[in-house]
Design a protein around this ligand. Structure first.
Ligand code: 5HU
Length: 146
């Protein structure tokens, strides 16, 4: 199943790349569980300019095609990002499995009610986590949930 599973990883780009090393780590763990379609999101050399070789229309089309073709969306939501919120909302409409990861200990901000409130204990899961727990958290998500 791991190779066949298509994973869309979402995290902040234009909203700030302060957590990019953590995104890199999450992407490298996710690769154990499937093909990560959006590997660029975890590239620590990617700046807030994002995919600057593409137009915004091209980025939106490519990412929506990837999202449609994915089995699961994993989103790191600690750094609030319009793009990530949009992707989560679209994925909910597409009935995707969604895992949102939030680090309360690394931010004074509270997660949006539109994300935390979308949790349904089944297809939409929102987890508070610490960096050191990420391997175990993903292991139990992919072995038990999807
Ligand atoms: O260059 C880009 N490439 C790209 O794939 N995205 C997608 C993937 C990310 O999960 C999300 C980030 O949104 P934002 O840039 O609003 O933080 O949008 C977003 C941008 C720039 O907005």
């Amino acid at each position: 199943m791991a190779a066949a599973r298509r994973i869309y990883f979402a995290a902040s780009i234009r909203a700030g790349r302060g957590d990019s090393h953590l995104y890199y780590k999450i992407v490298s763990i996710l690769k154990k569980y499937g093909t990560v379609l959006t590997e660029h999101v975890g590239d620590p050399t990617l700046t807030e300019l994002g995919d600057s070789h593409m137009t915004d229309k091209e980025i939106h089309k490519r990412d929506m095609d990837w999202l449609r073709s994915s089995h699961v969306l994993v989103a790191e939501v600690t750094q609030p990002s319009l793009g990530v919120g949009y992707e989560i909302g679209r994925a909910i409409e597409m009935n995707k499995n969604i895992l949102c990861l939030f680090r309360p200990s690394d931010t004074e901000k509270r997660l949006s009610a539109m994300i935390r409130g979308a949790e349904n204990g089944k297809s939409v899961i929102v987890k508070d986590y610490k960096q050191e727990d990420i391997e175990n958290l993903l292991e139990s998500y992919f072995s038990e949930t999807v």
